[in-house]
Design a protein around this ligand. Structure first.
Ligand code: UT7
Length: 323
């Protein structure tokens, strides 16, 4: 039994915020942001919440897959920014879509979330429990960014991406293999805590927190861990990077992607990028890029793709797919 991606979709809010806009808020410049990250602009959601963005991306993925909402039996949403503690974003999407035969739940693995969700769904499909699943990567990070912190606020954007997968019998198609990992000892490197937890004794209400990051530590971790993970995956599958058409990387920083390319001894031609337009959309970045490539007709039957992500946790992971 295999798991095949049969459709993709994505959604980004209309509101474009350029680097020059941010230079009005904090001491930064278009030149600094472009040269250090590759980002020119990002989308910020004014009116759409996480679940609405996720539902829009999901509708497009279902349409692309020619699947009706009632045919989905599993929905997994990867997000760090659900609209509320509960219900889950996946259950909210289920309600919006009318996916009455599905079960919904969220996965929390920050920017690696879509890879974790894809691996989880693949494993669940392998058991025979589910046949058709909707996997969503969505984040509304602008709501947890400290807009006075120039070291983080220039990096992030909002968006959603989704993929529909289905159990298939054909050998060698769909998800060939995957590896995911985490290191909780490095949790403090990238986190978002409630600044003030609610307190029963004092009656204090909880206050939301903001993203706090040691940028260089995340950078060093990403450029070491991602190539290691991809190499280990490829070795375990007996497939060389020369057989891979695209390495679809989490869009966090152009320089991170360049460094990963160097370490894997592959050209940047194999690493599609869209960070310039959207910034780092966290859990959404990989499915958003996958959907762009799919809609541009760049993915052909039989193409081998590696999807790889990294982020808070710390977490990382890679999945090898045959399109
Ligand atoms: O999804 C995973 C999430 N996070 C990441 O992937 C982030 C990974 N890390 C990075 O992408 C990079 O570390 C950053 C883009 C965050 C920062 O780039 P860097 O080359 O590591 O810069 P830096 O932190 O070493 O800072 C260099 C200088 C500092 O000034 P001084 O101390 O040299 O005077 C910073 O204060 O740049 C300053 N700086 C800025 N200047 C203008 C930091 N942020 C900004 C800014 N505009 N926005």
């Amino acid at each position: 039994m295999g798991t095949k991606i049969i459709g993709t979709g994505s959604f980004v809010p209309d509101h474009v915020v350029t680097n020059n806009h941010l230079a009005e808020l904090v001491e930064t410049s278009d030149e600094w942001i472009r040269s250090r990250t590759g980002i020119a602009q990002r989308r910020i959601s004014d009116s759409f919440g996480t679940s609405q963005m996720a539902a829009e991306a999901s509708k497009r993925a279902l349409e692309n897959a020619h699947v009706k909402p009632e045919d989905i039996d599993l929905i997994i949403a990867a997000t760090s920014t659900p609209d509320c503690c509960f219900p889950s974003a996946a259950c909210e999407v289920q309600g919006i879509l009318g996916a009455v035969n599905a079960v919904g739940m969220d996965v929390s693995a920050a920017c690696s979330g879509f890879i974790f969700a894809l691996s989880t769904v693949d494993a669940m499909i392998q058991t025979g429990m589910y046949k058709t699943a909707l996997i969503i990567g969505v984040d509304n990070l602008s709501k947890i960014v400290d807009w006075s912190d120039r070291s983080t606020c220039v990096l992030f954007g909002d968006g959603a991406g989704a993929a529909v997968v289905r159990a298939c019998d054909e050998n060698g198609q769909g998800i060939i293999g995957g590896q995911i990992g985490s290191d909780g000892k490095k949790a403090a490197v990238l986190s978002c805590w409630s600044r003030t937890m609610g307190n029963f004794l004092t009656g204090k209400k909880p206050e939301p927190g903001y993203i706090v990051m040691e940028g260089q530590e995340v950078f060093k971790f990403a450029v070491k861990k991602v190539p290691e993970c991809v190499e280990a995956l490829m070795e375990s599958m007996g497939i060389g990077m020369d057989e891979v058409k695209y390495l679809i990387l989490h869009q966090a920083n152009y320089r991170i992607c360049e460094s990963i390319a160097r370490r894997l001894r592959i050209s940047m031609d194999k690493i599609p990028m869209n960070i310039e337009k959207y910034g780092n959309t966290s859990g959404a970045s990989i499915p958003l890029l996958l959907d762009e490539l799919n809609r541009e007709g760049k993915l052909k039957k039989g193409d081998k793709l590696v999807l790889a992500g990294f982020g808070a946790g710390l977490t990382w992971g890679a999945v090898l797919v045959e399109w």
